[in-house]
Ligand binder design. Structure first.
Ligand code: HEM
Length: 497
């Protein structure tokens, strides 16, 4: 780790800590909400903490998000914050291992594949995968017995992790990945995923078994995708037109060059990693909340019946167009992403000294704060997304706050008064757009997520498919919002045709 520079008068306040190198890593790692909110109370919106030998300056609130995510990319750099963690996992020549201008082209290539045409094909595939999972997985035996009076149970986190990888591979990743899921692929995925730990954050390479496992898995996974690409080139008439590999094979850089096979392979690994924990956590939290709120689960089921009900009582399959007109379903996902954004911290490396605006943090007696070069900054949409100044009952999961219930936008965010008494207006529905929004589960600015529409499609279709087929409940009556909360959901099969 870097030797920390001595404190200067212009430095933001430093969070008190006992252990020199570890700093506040344990508090931050175990309970980021409590850590950020306690520090905000004590130091204000801008403060620095020590994270495993690094100086990290946090900027909270919508203005803090704007300061970091809307800042110049020459000052706040993503590659410098992430590459030592991600390059050994994704592989060379993609994402943060290339100049940003090249990655931006790669992002555009992927976006090209995330098209409405492909999305239309995906909805049915996702529905089929969930149905097949419920009908086959040993964890859903009670469901398979087809008894509408019998309650069964499942572990929300484990089931959603499986459903996520099954549906992502069937759609984005392609047939060959889906076919190999039961075999070697899942193991390689697990070994690669094991490369995302605090130790990996600290050291890119160490002579330890977990690092060797990660590197071996990266090589094998990369070879696996390159092999798929080679075989597809030999047999160009195969039926792969809707997956992202096929789409990437058609793209060319501005230089006129096509993507090389290993670049396609490594982009596919990056997409797999980007979408797995994020979507599966969103699914697990939504399921848990629905199980604890029968009123919302009923509203969701009734929305399905109203929209898809046939005269004989059966429900017709969903289409991509339908999904975009289901406000309760949309609100449930939107609300989960507000209260439980899967990415709670977004980091950048600081490449030049940056002055903190006085509207974000009032100057100290020594003048304005300056975030020094060669340190890190961190934005946390998690905190602005539950900020009580912005959101009524901000820490409660209340999906209907997003809906215009009975012609009145119940508790929806339209405007708020910030800490300086300034009134900020947000048009209804426009809340997730700019870098200064308090609602940013998909980030903002140059590095904003390109997977948002796919995530809504995937999570929405899965939740709807489950709610059509089963009632849900928790045995503990209320759900307290902590990461180690109950994971077991009880379900009872509905009569479903
Ligand atoms: C970037 C969240 C799903 C691909 C991001 C960022 C966030 C985010 C917060 C910004 C990171 C930063 O600024 O450092 C989420 C959430 C998801 C989700 C909450 C699901 C609920 C996906 C999926 C894909 C994907 C399914 C791929 C299909 C990406 C990519 C970036 C990104 C390529 C760009 C990174 C960059 O430009 O540096 N995502 N994501 N994400 N995400 Fe997602």
């Amino acid at each position: 780790w870097q030797k920390l520079a001595p404190k200067k008068a212009s430095d933001p306040p430093v969070v008190f800590h006992w252990l020199p190198v570890v700093g506040s890593a344990i508090w931050y790692g175990n309970d980021p909400i409590n850590f950020f909110q306690s520090c905000q109370e004590k130091y204000g919106n801008v403060f620095t903490f020590i994270l495993l030998g690094r100086k990290v300056t946090v900027a909270l609130s919508a203005k803090g998000n704007n300061f970091i995510l809307g800042g110049k990319s020459t000052a706040f750099n993503a590659e410098g914050a992430y590459t030592h963690l991600t390059t050994p996992i994704f592989g060379k020549d993609v994402v943060y291992d290339v100049p940003n201008e090249v990655f931006m082209q790669q992002k555009k290539f992927v976006k090209f594949g995330l098209s409405p045409e492909n999305f239309r094909a995906y909805v049915g595939m996702v529905e089929d995968e969930v149905e097949e999972y419920l009908n086959k997985d040993p964890g859903f035996r009670t469901y398979q017995q087809n008894d509408i009076n019998e309650w069964g149970s499942f572990d929300a986190l484990a089931a959603m992790a499986e459903i996520t990888i099954l549906t992502a591979s069937r759609t984005l990743q392609g047939k060959e990945v889906r076919e190999n899921l039961d075999k070697s692929f899942s193991e390689l995925y697990a070994d690669l995923d094991g490369g995302f730990t605090p130790l990996n954050f600290l050291f890119a390479n160490l002579p330890l078994p977990s690092y060797r496992k990660r590197d071996r898995a990266q090589k094998k996974m990369s070879d696996f995708y390159v092999d798929i690409i080679t075989k597809r080139k030999q047999n160009p008439d195969g039926d792969h037109q809707h997956d992202i590999i096929a789409s990437l094979q058609d793209q060319t850089y501005r230089s006129g060059e096509s993507l090389r096979d290993h670049e396609i392979a490594h982009i596919m690994i990056a997409l797999l990693m980007a979408g797995q924990h994020t979507s599966s956590a969103t699914l697990a939290w939504t399921t848990l909340h629905l199980a604890s709120r029968p009123d919302i689960a009923d509203a969701l089921y009734n929305e399905q019946v109203a929209h898809f009900g046939n005269p004989d009582g059966s429900l017709r399959p969903m289409s991509y167009e339908d999904l975009r007109h289901l406000p309760i379903l949309d609100s449930c996902v939107r609300e989960t992403l507000r209260v439980h954004p899967p990415i709670h911290s977004i980091m950048r490396q600081v490449r030049e000294d940056v002055v903190v605006p006085t509207t974000l943090a009032a100057p100290s007696k020594d003048g304005v704060y300056i975030v020094p070069k060669d340190t890190y900054v961190l934005a946390s949409p998690l905190i602005s997304q539950i900020d009580p100044r912005v959101w009524k009952d901000g820490d409660k999961w209340e999906p209907l706050r997003w809906n215009d219930v009975d012609g009145v936008a119940a508790q929806a965010l339209k405007s708020y008064t910030d800490e300086n008494g300034e009134k900020i207006d947000y048009g209804f529905g426009a809340v997730s757009k700019g870098t200064d929004s308090p609602y940013q589960p998909f980030g903002a600015g140059k590095h904003r997520c390109i997977g948002e529409q796919f995530a809504y499609l995937q999570v929405g279709t899965i939740i709807a498919t489950l709610i059509r087929r089963m009632e849900l409940k928790l045995t503990t009556p209320t759900l307290i919002l902590l990461p180690k909360d109950p994971k077991t959901v009880h379900y009872r099969r509905r009569k479903f045709d």
